[in-house]
Design a protein. Structure first.
Length: 560
């Protein structure tokens, strides 16, 4: 069980923007941040995050809450598991009143296995010779924690001799269970590369064979700590320079990253045996660096660079592409002492959009009118997903590559169908239902949500019926249900303004005046009221309440 003080300390240190940006792409929008909601399909952002209030709310599907609720919903975790996940993201250790954090056990095993791997390397000359042949220095071996794992049984023996739980080691991705029973090491006879989360905690390993195994590289499997689609090798080590220099170099392998750092290009990171994905984008967005795709110039490298360049440019990233010539990669060039050539290539990078346009045209036979038309439609579809300014800037370049008039791009997009128009209308971010005359009521409710002490102070003046359509919201405020979804939506609705104290009192007086005017009409037309009581109530409202309210005095009177 998580210690209460430790839980509160974690909750007080959480930054909701930092936590959510680990999962989805977010963009600044005034005082808040916006994103496409991850909980329902949409193209127009209606998901709002408030850094000042530390809450989020989707105006499309209504989901909302704090950072813990987001992680619970996104990861499908219970409350303690979400706290442990956030602690892992923040690289914070939780304290427990009894037992211990199961994730902490996994982390401890990972750390002990890492020390075992690095000690092994010292006693394995073949692995050392391979690293030396690739140009990796002893300083880089130590800085990146490079190690070696021998035969499978040796790792199993190490775990058992050190009384480390085999089931927990399996959950950490270190070992796997055989179909017939027993365990085996996921990595064996490989050089090992520890993989860290963006905040620096060890979450898994990569392994490079030195026995000509057909699988040259293997990564840890998916675990509760390790998700290769969200991780970048070397990011924890590179992030300080990425933020400082506003530059991030993405390459294809561990050795590329290590050698680039060794040569002074300390903003280098790599994907983990997979292409760049949408799940990487929140991490790439941090610090708003320029992204340089530094890939091999072979067919596979060009295809990967094209896919990544399209995704990044459509995501609004500033970036460029560098393709290393003659089948070489950065690690090979640096090992040969060609550091200046690498620097020259990185300086001569090609911006993302021109690269995409040129690669599309190269993939078509422009001498064939039909194929040229296909290229035109492919380029036009790509350009249409760019921002209007960026699209306009590259129209002439696209036309030149295709050998056509730039005018052909105007109106080339197919007309929007009625169905698509309907979808776009439905995708607009719905607000709280707010008839024009009720904006004042919502402003009052927003003030009460921001300053809960006013609810008690106004208890004699206000009652739910005064708020009509919004009576349930006022009842939620009275019951201190401040995480009510519509109240959170109201708190994040920038069209509903907070009022200074004097304006609030004046608006309240106007609201009460309208309420008692309506009450006067109801009393006057109620046939069931005794004549004497009706006369009294009419005089009370007309001669006492309404005149006092007109003067700005806040008064209340219960009309039975």
């Amino acid at each position: 069980m998580i210690d209460r003080a430790s839980e509160e300390q974690l909750k007080n240190s959480i930054d909701i923007v930092d936590i959510i940006s680990n999962y989805i792409e977010i963009k600044k929008a005034g005082a808040n941040f916006k994103a496409n909601c991850p909980f329902h399909g949409e193209k127009t952002p209606s998901f709002v995050i408030s850094p000042t209030k530390q809450i989020f709310h989707c105006f499309g599907c209504g989901v909302g809450g704090d950072a813990i609720q987001f992680v619970m919903e996104y990861e499908k975790l219970n409350y303690p598991e979400a706290l442990e996940k956030i602690a892992s993201i923040m690289n914070v250790s939780l304290q427990y009143t009894q037992g211990k954090d199961h994730h902490q056990e996994s982390r401890e095993i990972l750390e002990k296995v890492q020390r075992y791997y690095t000690q092994n390397l010292q006693h394995h000359p073949t692995a050392h010779a391979y690293l030396k042949q690739r140009g990796i220095t002893q300083a880089s071996i130590e800085a990146f924690g490079i190690g070696y794992v021998g035969k499978s049984y040796e790792l199993i023996n190490f775990l058992q001799q050190n009384f480390l739980s085999l089931p927990t080691a399996q959950e950490a991705g270190i070992i796997a269970q055989r179909e017939g029973g027993g365990f085996y090491a996921r990595l064996s006879e490989r050089i090992t590369f520890p993989i860290h989360s963006p905040n620096g905690s060890l979450v898994g390993f990569g392994g490079r064979t030195i026995t000509n195994h057909p699988a040259k590289y293997i990564n840890s499997p998916q675990t509760k700590l390790f998700n290769k689609s969200r991780l970048l090798y070397g990011y924890a080590k590179a992030k300080t320079n990425i933020y400082r220099n506003k530059k991030l170099i993405i390459c294809e392998g561990y050795l590329d990253v290590i050698m680039l750092h060794q040569a002074g290009f300390t903003e280098a990171v790599a994907t983990l045996g997979t292409a760049l994905t949408q799940e990487h984008l929140p991490l790439l967005r941090k610090g708003e660096p320029k992204i340089i795709l530094a890939y091999d110039g072979d067919k596979a490298g060009v295809a990967a660079a094209l896919k990544a360049a399209i995704m990044l440019s459509h995501g609004g990233f500033d970036g460029s592409v560098v393709l290393f010539p003659n089948g070489q990669d950065p690690a090979e060039m640096i090992a040969k002492g060609e550091i200046q050539n690498v620097a020259n290539l990185l300086r001569a990078e090609q911006p993302l959009t021109p690269f995409v346009l040129e690669q599309i045209t190269k993939s078509h036979d422009l001498s064939n009118p039909r194929d040229k038309e296909h290229a035109f439609h492919e380029i036009n579809a790509y350009l249409d997903k760019l921002s209007p300014i960026i699209r306009d800037a590259y129209l002439a370049h696209a036309a030149t590559l295709l050998g056509i008039s730039v005018n052909l791009f105007e109106g080339a997009s197919p007309p929007t169908s009625n169905t698509e128009k309907k979808k776009k209308t439905q995708q607009k971010s719905p607000k709280i239902d707010q008839p024009h005359e009720d904006i004042a009521q919502l402003s009052i409710l927003k003030n009460l949500h921001e300053e809960p002490h006013l609810i008690e102070e106004m208890s004699e003046v206000l009652e739910p019926s005064i708020f009509g359509h919004y009576s349930k919201l006022f009842e939620a405020l009275q019951n201190r249900e401040f995480d009510h979804p519509q109240l959170m939506a109201l708190a994040l609705d920038e069209e509903i303004k907070l009022m200074p104290n004097e304006e609030l009192r004046h608006t309240l007086a106007c609201l009460l005046f309208r309420h008692y005017t309506h009450q006067l009409r109801e009393v006057s037309t109620n046939p069931n009221l005794p004549l004497r009581k009706k006369g009294f109530l009419i005089r009370k409202i007309k001669m006492d309440l309404l005149p006092r309210l007109q003067k700005g005095e806040l008064v209340a009177y219960k009309i039975e």
